[in-house]
Every structure is written in C-alpha cells, then in structure tokens.
Write a new protein. Structure first.
Length: 153
C-alpha cells in the first residue's frame, strides 16, 4: 500500500471503474481517456486492493492483445499503482449492499472508504444504484463535464 501524502489529501479523489480505465487505453480520444487525463493531472485516482485486482485481471485478458501491447498494459498498471490513493475497506463498509451486481459493490465501498465524492463508470448496474450519501455515480462524459466546466480539481 502507498502512504498518503499532503498532496493526496488536497486532491479530488475519484474512483474509476475498470471499464473506464480500459476504455481510456483503447480509445485515447474518447470521454474516458479525456477524463482519465484530467484526473491524473488535477485529481487523484483511488483504488482498494479489490478494485485494482479487478483492473489487473481484466487488463490481461487475451481479447485486448490486438489493441494493447503487453508493455503498455504493464506501464499503465505500474503507473496507476504508484500514483493512486490507496484505501483498505473496513468490514463494516464491505458488508453494505448497494448494487444488483454484488461484484460491483467494491467500487462503492472503495469510494466510501476514501471519502471520494465521485465514482465514474460505464456500468449500468452501478449507474442505476439508488443514491448513496456523499457519492455521485457518473458516466465518464458527465464527470468530465463537471470536472472541466465546474472547475473541480
């Protein structure tokens, strides 16, 4: 786990779902990529061991071989591991159920544990979750619009 620095506490913390990270890598000019660049420049991506493990597992799927080199995937995972704000999810938070796809709850748990106000996803199961206090669940395009035009950083 990485230690929190004073810079980390001052930055907007954002949990980004695995599908957004992968979309950003696959389509460098799309909303997911623009959002990722904005977060890396002005904010702080948040991971828990569970959310990072999902990204790693998905990133190494053979279906991405024609589109993403092994070296690029290694570099993305290495850089995110080094740059991220890391949290451990308490058993109390981990026991809460929010999503119809229970496997997606780990992203909400991570956001709550980090007190991150935004969870960005393209997953309809997460987008359909009933409101969670202190958390906005947004698409990449919505988050990018809010971040850029509202001056959030």
């Amino acid at each position: 786990m990485k230690a929190e620095s004073s810079q980390h506490s001052a930055s907007l913390r954002m949990v980004i779902d695995s599908n957004v990270w992968i979309s950003a890598a696959l389509s460098p000019s799309g909303s997911p990529a623009r959002l990722v660049h904005h977060v890396l420049e002005h904010g702080l991506p948040v991971f828990s061991p569970q959310t990072f493990a999902e990204l790693e597992t998905r990133m190494w799927k053979p279906k991405f071989d024609p589109y993403l080199s092994m070296e690029l995937r290694r570099r993305i995972l290495h850089d995110l591991n080094a740059l991220a704000f890391w949290v451990e999810v308490s058993p109390e938070i981990a026991s809460r159920l929010y999503c119809r796809d229970l496997d997606d709850d780990k992203f909400i748990h991570t956001a709550l544990s980090a007190q991150a106000p935004w969870l960005v996803t393209g997953d309809q199961d997460l987008l359909d979750v009933s409101p969670v206090a202190g958390l906005h669940i947004l698409t990449p395009a919505e988050a990018l619009q809010l971040a850029v035009f509202a001056g959030l950083s």
